[in-house]
Design a protein around this ligand. Structure first.
Ligand code: PMP
Length: 360
């Protein structure tokens, strides 16, 4: 029996994708082997890689002057890869601090850049909102401006794309990529770990404007040198082929289910239903102002925290799993990525109402 898995990542994947992978696992496209067992240099696998890139470009409308890279090392690898490729040791780099993940990106950038300028910091407000752009203390000479459009732990999502002017805008879209349409042309670089809306863990997607590549510092590991990896088709070394293949199936599933506009509408409706259930009760609460609530990660607390464990165990028994909040904040968190069907949200909302009646 499949449960409704509300994990923040690795996260639920579309059942259709899992079933297709299962069906073609032992004998992939008549090769007599699984896709995991063929060479990444084979014509067949290059076809998988090229098709995945073409589908992704179509879904996101990626302009022609951007490279699409499928890298390893996760989003955390890119916390280092970005300053190594886009800034010199003497550069100032601008970062917006809206939560745990931007904080980690800032910490890593400090190893590689002398001046990491935190343009706005939501830490004092417990990372519950997005500081208004008018208050940001930016450096106009910065090598780039980095932000985290969706903070996976705090459940805070930017309701706007920052206006970076001539400074390249860099965004960690790990937990909201492909959740709705996006104007890629506003960005210098977008990156996203795969394990939420793309596929299994092991791949980090990087979409970077051509002119920002080719300036990596001399000691940059070649697997994170964007120019080199672009020239090598993201295969300077052996890539995680199975994850790449699954990502390709997920892109096809997204196209078949109506693309990002339709997905965005489904995600809006799913999140609205859950936030309404939280707001219309005195039993559950969410601290984030309406304008910057995440559609992907919905943290909530119980008015009686001593019931947390009971909530989690009864939810699990009802087939609703992985609802515990991140270990750094506690409480609950329901992640509603693309592959979470609206039936899953309905089941969660129904469970929350019953739980409130029983224990409220
Ligand atoms: N950024 C964000 C927004 C994330 O949610 C995560 C992982 N949850 C990361 C970065 C780190 O990703 P990884 O573990 O793939 O390095």
């Amino acid at each position: 029996m499949r449960v409704f898995n509300f994990a923040a990542g690795p996260a639920t994947l579309p059942l259709e994708v899992l079933q297709q992978a299962q069906a073609e696992l032992p004998d992939w496209r008549g090769s007599g082997m699984s896709v995991m067992e063929i060479s990444h240099r084979s014509k067949a696998f290059i076809g998988v890689a090229e098709e995945a890139e073409a589908d992704l470009r179509e879904l996101l409308g990626v302009p022609a002057d951007y490279r699409v890279l499928f890298l390893q090392g996760g989003a955390t690898g890119q916390f280092a890869g970005i300053p190594l490729n886009l800034a010199s040791a003497a550069s100032t780099v601008d970062y917006v601090n809206t939560g745990n993940w931007s904080k980690k990106a800032i910490g890593e950038a400090k190893q590689f850049c002398a001046k990491v300028n935190v343009v706005a910091d939501a830490a004092a407000r417990k990372y519950c909102d997005v500081p208004p752009e008018s208050t940001w203390q930016r450096d106009p000479t910065a090598a780039y401006l980095h932000y985290t459009p969706n903070e996976t732990i705090g459940g805070v999502e930017f309701p706007f794309i920052p206006d970076a002017g001539n400074v390249p805008l860099v965004a960690d879209f790990s937990s909201s990529i492909l959740s709705r349409p996006l104007d890629v042309s506003k960005f210098g670089l977008i990156y996203a770990g795969a394990q939420k809306n793309i596929g299994p863990a092991g791949i980090c997607l990087v979409i970077v404007r051509d002119y920002l590549t080719g300036h990596a510092r001399p000691f940059t590991p070649s697997i994170w040198d964007y120019k080199q990896m672009g020239a090598d088709g993201s295969m300077s070394n052996t890539p995680p082929t199975f994850g790449w293949y699954i990502a390709g199936l997920v892109f096809k599933w997204l196209k078949a289910t109506g693309g990002l506009a339709a997905m965005g509408e489904r995600n809006r409706a799913k999140a609205a239903k859950l936030y309404a259930a939280i707001d219309n009760s005195h039993f559950y609460s969410n601290p984030v102002p309406t304008a910057c609530r995440s559609r992907m990660n919905v943290p909530f607390t119980l008015v009686r925290p001593e019931l947390d464990k009971t909530f989690l165990s009864e939810a699990k028994a009802a087939g609703l799993t992985n609802l515990e909040g991140h270990r750094s904040v506690g409480g609950m968190r329901a992640s509603l990525y693309n592959a979470m069907p609206s039936e899953g949200v309905d089941a969660l909302v129904g469970f929350m109402q019953e739980f409130k009646q029983k224990h409220g």
